[in-house]
Design a protein around this ligand. Sequence first.
Ligand code: 4UU
Length: 551
Amino acid sequence: MSLTRKEAGATIHVSPWALDHSTLFKGNIAQFVLNSLANNTASVDKPIYIDALDSTKVITKRNIAENLKKIAYILKTRYGVNEGDAVCLLLTNSIYLPVLHLGILAAGGVVSPANIMYLPNELHHQLHLSGARVIITQPEFIETARQGAAHTEPEAVNVEHILTLEDLWQQATSATESLDPIVYPGDTNKHKHAYYCFSSGTSGKPKGVLTTHANIISNVTQQVISTGNNIYKPGNVFGAVLPMSHIYGLSTFIYTLPALGNTIVVFEKFDFQQVLEKISEHKISVLHIVPPMAVLFAKSPLLAEYPLVRKYIKGIMSGAAPLSKSLGSQLIERLDCQIWQAYGLTETSPINHFPTYDLVNYDVESVGWLMPGLEGRLVDENGQDVHGFNQPGELWLRGPNVMRGYIKNAEATTEVFSADGQWLRTGDVAVVNETGQWYIVDRFKELIKSKGHQVAPAELESVLLSNPDVVDAAVTGIHMPEEGTELPRAFVVLRNATVDPLEVKRWFDSKVARHKKLWGGLVVIDAVPKSTAGKIQRRLLRDRKEDIVHG
Ligand code: 4UU
């Protein structure tokens, strides 16, 4: 089968799987999940979510259906959540979170998940852009939520209610009334937003991604077609160690796996030893991870104390950043299981490539094949299409899972799409071989991936520049192969020689969330290298050797 065709001089790469667009569910994703749950053969009492630390706490198929409608009712009638209203979630993982998420969608609301590491000013930025009216959080983050909503700079926000998930859950479970998911007739779900995750795209500060119900229904369907009979088949038990506030955990654990009737063991956070302990208790067979977690599985001596892990784990899915061939091979050897990679972007709701088309010939360094109904193009830095196999180019994508744009940011939206508006420019450099397997070989956009989290250099630079002792600044990601990640490093020009670089670093680290701190250190330079157009030349910084790194 040919996986390419020509169109106006371009080589278009296509998926080996077919997608019949006319079969895509029209309507609300909450209804889609409910229908899928109802249609699968498992008993209504099958646990879908199990609390990893307390297996008496479960959410069954029946609980999802009943409680999400009650949550929708309470949100609409007591908190005024109407169609199009954003609800911010500042929550760690729990078995209740997915039901809440789907309940918001059933009410017609839009979920805006926030990173629990955010400081108030970072939360404020997200609240402002999403226009959230309600924040649902937990006791330890109430203060951050209040301060985030009240923060005076730079813009006002719309928050009217801040409440805890526990409080809402109690109100919902004791309610006698419920609300069916709001219906989006015809093709209108192409214009109804489901959630706003945040991404910096190819440049600049984090932006809210406009993901529609049609986008996420398409991507879940693409996943069901490509993986429903193998990795995601019911019978596997999945461990949810990734945060459901990031698109990777969100889409996998809130939509796809429950829609397929799978059981998911939910961890509040990733604690390696706890995960090892609980794998055998719950007979977890598949874990979704990010590469820094792979390093622990590949290298930690702790693994030897839990021999049952090797027995139960059948497969590990890695995503959100590159997994090197050597790390992949070490994992295969140590865990005696299959290792897969998938490739996704917040902007594509999120998965574009998956390894299941040919698991026998799948190469662990590859991210697999294009998802059903998705088309790809490779374009070089002069804007010319790349032809032939194994030739690198920026990956452009077209398909039903591609977002509409960024919230309140027409300029960034125009920039991230091709001039004809048809293709999303991923900012990633990829190659494809004769078998149709894709490799992500470099990143051409500014983004830093620190332990799976997005970090936008432009955001960190603007914090640095707000310090009067910093005359100019640039931030880039430094590769740490041993840790399986990149870490943010700042290059700064200081006001004069008396300024203490360590003091600047300490000051900076107190101003940002944990994952944005300068874990890669701070380097003092004489001038930030810039192109004639004034753009920071980050590659020159990234490739510098022999620097004195502070911190
Ligand atoms: C090299 O990281 C994500 C989504 C990841 C995801 C989701 C569902 C992976 C598997 C899955 O099942 O989204 P963002 O928006 O946070 O970051 C997107 C960027 C990409 O542009 C690319 O640079 O993260 C990088 N990336 C990867 N890079 C994502 N996955 C990979 C990968 N290899 N496998």
